[in-house]
Design a protein around this ligand. Structure first.
Ligand code: NAP
Length: 223
């Protein structure tokens, strides 16, 4: 790109939640390449700059207080309940609702008043809402909630603030060619494509989008 048109080299402080996970590590290693990007890493159990659990509203508030001024939030965290739908209880539903769904929504709810002008929020949903796998219905519903949340929230946010979701396909750390996994036969998405989607969401121009990063040869694309 011609340097004159590259407006992306101003200093930015980015909060990366879930930085120790499979996807978080991919994002972190990409962001570290750019001198103008300062990353504050977050997880529950440590090995990061800050410990915080996004399922707790108080801990989200404390996290933002500790970070101070910031330009972007990238969340690659959020657990759900895993198990058979036939044995699922109502309480099991609330695990994903509280953690993956409300945790991410609260990051935006609280963060929208604190983030710098023209800042961005990037949330994580996932292919399971469009291409379901047995035993992960809690993920399907939480992911669908996040995809719809970013669409609706984008028209409410002010001061040039953007919000998007990245919906990754199957992402694994070291692919060994074994197709007999819960995501039967799906070809894992490359780490590079994952990194590009999060970068585009956080530092690009669009808002209210779901960037689906799927391996088109094997992932079912719901019409
Ligand atoms: N990997 C895939 O194939 C795939 C595909 C589609 C979507 N996704 C979604 O992407 C997200 C990350 O997946 P992953 O495979 O990278 O998971 P992972 O390897 O289990 O990593 C999760 C990361 O998030 C942190 N974390 C989890 N719950 C948290 C919470 N409540 N508050 C703060 N930090 C929390 C974990 O650290 P601590 O445990 O220390 O907190 C860890 O750093 C998940 O929401 C997942 O559903 C993954």
């Amino acid at each position: 790109m011609c340097k004159a048109f590259n407006i992306n080299n101003i200093h930015m402080k980015v909060i990366l939640i879930g930085a120790t996970g499979i996807i978080g590590k991919i994002i972190l290693s990409e962001l570290k390449k750019y001198e103008h990007i300062q990353v504050v890493t977050v997880s529950r159990s440590g090995g990061t700059d800050i410990r915080a659990d996004i399922s707790s509203l108080d801990q989200i508030k404390e996290m933002y207080t500790r970070v101070g001024s910031f330009d972007a939030v990238i969340n690659a965290a959020g657990d759900c309940w895993v198990g058979s739908f036939n044995e699922m209880t109502e309480d099991n539903w609330y695990i994903g609702i509280k953690n993956k769904m409300m945790g991410q929504i609260n990051l935006v709810m609280v963060g929208k008043d604190l983030i710098n002008n023209n800042g961005s929020f990037t949330l994580t949903s996932g292919f399971i809402s469009d291409d379901p796998i047995k035993g992960t219905i809690n993920y399907s519903v939480a992911n669908g909630g996040i995809d719809n949340f970013v669409f609706a929230a984008s028209i409410e946010l002010e001061r040039g603030i953007r919000v998007n979701a990245v919906s990754p396909g199957s992402v694994v750390e070291n692919y060994d060619g074994n197709m007999n996994t819960p995501a039967t036969g799906q070809y894992p998405v490359s780490h590079s494509r994952i990194a590009h989607a999060y970068y585009k969401s956080a530092f690009g121009y669009l808002s209210g989008q779901v960037f689906r990063v799927w391996e088109s040869s094997t992932q079912y694309i719901r019409k």
